[in-house]
Design a protein around this ligand. Structure first.
Ligand code: ADP
Ligand code: ASP
Ligand code: MG
Length: 403
């Protein structure tokens, strides 16, 4: 088999752990498989580099940030290759560029446009273990780009797709995907199999065990995706097609996203096209808007509220300020002490009362719900950040996920 193995930050957190990874890779090769490895930066490294950049300005040039951040994964790729070579294996490290990963030009959150796998392919054919620096690519003009936080997962899935690998294993510091973050609720249970759609919702709604875009791509390319621990031999979680799962639970998991902020605009001109103008401008500024609520305001105006990732609040505020200058809105307030808790499950499609139970659970803990949004397989609520963990644990219990 051709197996792509991705090792996350904690798994390569120090030199001994990189040796542990080298041993695991060597074992897989011993078992007769071809292995392509994708690595993250050592844990804490990306945050450290971001802080370095922000030492000089709060708005460092994004292409330079990418140049800086991409170095983190290169260090690990080279070290792992050195360790494997020292053990007598033929390994070759590659940057995103050398691996043929071409992206668009949206620095710090670039999308992969295509992959030219010929460099990887010929190294594999020469019997080498290819070790790729995750999280990065190169744009058409040759500048280094990065794929957004947690982006090494995406690198791994994209490489697995381009090489038509038999399996893509994501090694991390937990045994697999749990009913909720086990750091918040120790009673969380490991899920053996989960559908691409549910995993995509969980990941998009904050379960960072897998980056959401990696799940989206795995579904699109039909990549066999497994998450498991690099510290044990426990079987992991298979992310697969819905029809491969025998029994669909009503609710599969609870996700928490603390990287959320809200902007509330008051006195918004009530004319056709205003929403298109505001949200069009936000989109052009590459701000990801999530929930939107519109209510009737005073004097023929409306109020519009929306949520964005905390990390994009500055960019969003710059856009709304332009509309204040143009007198299209009278005021815009920011609140970054909010979070979003979500309940995900394909079983919701065919059951009633799932949302009512969520609201009742919040009420019984005296937690005020500020915004609600639902889809066929999820219910999301925006609440004050200080209640985040309490809300997750209460919902986990209410849907009996600990049973
Ligand atoms: P890596 O550095 O290996 O990419 P991450 O820190 O990105 O690892 O993701 C693993 C972490 O995801 C776990 O330590 C866990 O705290 C968190 N997590 C959040 N939600 C879940 C979930 N539903 N199941 C498992 N882990 C989760
Ligand atoms: N090092 C990058 C990050 O911390 C990418 C990754 O680990 O997946 O976001
Ligand atoms: Mg991760």
């Amino acid at each position: 088999m051709l197996i792509v193995q991705k090792y996350g930050g904690t798994s390569v957190g120090d030199l001994d752990r990189i040796q542990n990874v080298a041993n695991r890779v060597a074992k897989t090769v011993q078992e007769g498989h071809q292995v392509v490895v994708v690595v993250s930066a050592m844990s804490g490294e990306t945050n450290k580099l971001i802080a370095y950049a922000e030492h000089y300005t709060s708005t460092p040039a994004r292409d330079e940030v990418d140049m800086l951040l991409s170095s983190g994964e290169r260090v690990t790729a080279a070290l792992l290759s050195i360790a494997l070579n020292a053990m007598g294996y033929k390994a070759l490290s590659m940057s995103g560029r050398a691996a043929g990963i071409v992206t668009d030009a949206v620095h710090t959150k670039a999308r992969i446009e295509h992959i030219d796998p010929s460099g990887m392919r010929s190294a594999i054919d020469e019997g080498k273990i290819v070790v790729i620096a995750g999280f990065q690519g190169v744009n058409e003009s040759g500048r280094v780009t990065t794929l957004g936080r947690g982006g090494s997962d995406l690198s791994a899935v994209a490489v697995a797709g381009a090489l038509q690998a038999d399996l893509c294993e994501i090694y991390t510091d937990v045994d697999g995907v749990y009913t909720t973050d086990p750091r918040i609720e120790p009673k969380a249970k490991k899920i053996d199999r989960i559908s691409y759609d549910e995993m995509l919702e969980l990941a998009s709604l904050g379960a960072k065990v897998l980056q959401n875009r990696s799940v989206e791509l795995a579904k699109k390319l039909n990549v066999n995706l497994v998450t498991r621990s690099s510290f044990s031999d426990a079987e992991g979680t298979l992310i697969t097609k819905e029809e491969n799962i025998m029994e669909q639970p009503l609710v599969s998991g609870i996700a928490l996203d603390k990287n959320q902020a809200r902007i509330s605009m008051r006195g918004v001109a009530d004319r056709p096209g205003i929403a298109s103008d505001i949200f069009g401008a936000l989109a052009s500024a590459n701000v990801n808007v999530d929930m939107i609520i519109q209510t009737v305001g005073q004097d023929g105006t409306t109020n519009l509220g929306f949520t964005v990732p905390k990390t994009e609040l500055g960019d969003a505020k710059a856009v709304t300020d332009r509309f204040i200058e143009k007198n299209d809105i009278s005021a815009a307030e920011c609140d970054d002490s909010i979070c979003k808790v979500s309940i995900v499950g394909v079983g919701m499609k065919s059951h009633t009362g799932v949302a009512a139970k969520a609201f009742k659970t919040m009420a019984s803990e005296n937690i005020n719900i500020m915004m609600i949004s639902t889809s066929e397989i999820k219910i999301s609520m925006v609440i004050q950040e200080k209640y985040a963990e309490l809300a997750v644990r209460s919902l986990h219990g209410a849907y009996r996920l600990d049973q």
